[in-house]
Design a protein around this ligand. Structure first.
Ligand SMILES: [Mn+2]
Length: 252
């Protein structure tokens, strides 16, 4: 893993799940530039109305942001597995929101085969899904992952399975035991989740379920959110909260 030099802002966005309008609006609100480091936490596709549009936007961002980091979510894993391109748990793809992804590529959600989707995917999307996703990213004292970490195991030895899929084994443990503060998505909640005393920050605020698409600008200490459907933008200073989070030390 090669870390980029620390310049510009450090930004992170939670699970998008086909919510292309909200994603576009959030990018407009954040206005990332070429010096900024933007981490996307994965789960670009499934459930929401326009997974194809979200993938197009991610690829457009990649063209203009040299420090864009695109994590692998479990929904990308299911999609890849359904296509027969690696991944995991492709047998869950259709009932876990994959039908909406098929529709967004102009395919019949009930009848399309993996071969149909493979043919409908533009080449750039294919190579992005096959080779453009990373399992984790460490920067500035934070560890960015999609789902969470297996407690007690250092970042470099975490498995892809855990990083993409873990839930209760991570969420229920008060101290994960890693040096970094773990920033993750995957488990949707009504709001951004950073419980007192814990060194975690959950950024999936359930946009696809009618909640918010959330981002954090770690450099300006700002929470920026777009409300599902209405596209209302909300900005909130989180300087004290972030300082408290950074000050928490690993408990033996
Ligand atoms: Mn997920």
């Amino acid at each position: 893993m090669v870390n980029t030099p620390a310049s510009g802002r450090l930004l992170c966005i939670g699970d998008i799940h086909g919510c292309a309008r909200e994603f576009e609006c959030l990018i407009d609100a954040l206005a990332p530039g070429a010096d900024d480091r933007l981490v996307l936490l994965g789960d670009y596709v499934d459930r929401g109305p326009d997974s194809a549009g979200v993938l197009r936007q991610v690829l457009a961002l990649r063209d203009r942001l040299p420090h864009l980091v695109t994590l692998r979510g479990n929904h990308e894993e299911m999609l890849l597995s359904w296509l027969g391109w690696g991944g995991s748990r492709g047998d869950h793809f259709l009932r876990a929101g994959g039908r909406a992804t098929l529709s967004s590529f102009g395919l019949s959600a009930g009848e399309a085969s993996p071969e149909d989707l493979a043919a409908a995917l533009p080449e750039a999307e294919r190579s992005f899904l096959s080779a453009g996703l990373v399992d984790l990213w460490a920067e500035d004292g934070f560890l960015f992952v999609h789902a969470g970490v297996r407690p007690g195991i250092v970042a470099a030895q975490q498995s892809r399975e855990d990083l993409c899929w873990i839930r209760e084994d991570f969420l229920s443990v008060p101290e994960h035991g890693l040096d970094e503060i773990v920033v993750f998505g995957h488990t949707a909640r009504p709001e951004v989740w950073w419980p007192a005393e814990r060194r975690v920050l959950g950024l999936d605020s359930g946009c696809v379920y009618g909640g918010w698409l959330s981002a954090i600008d770690f450099t300006r200490a700002e929470l920026v959110q777009v409300r599902s459907s209405t596209l209302e933008v909300q900005r909130c200073c989180i300087e004290e909260g972030l300082a408290a989070l950074r000050s928490r030390v690993l408990r033996a």
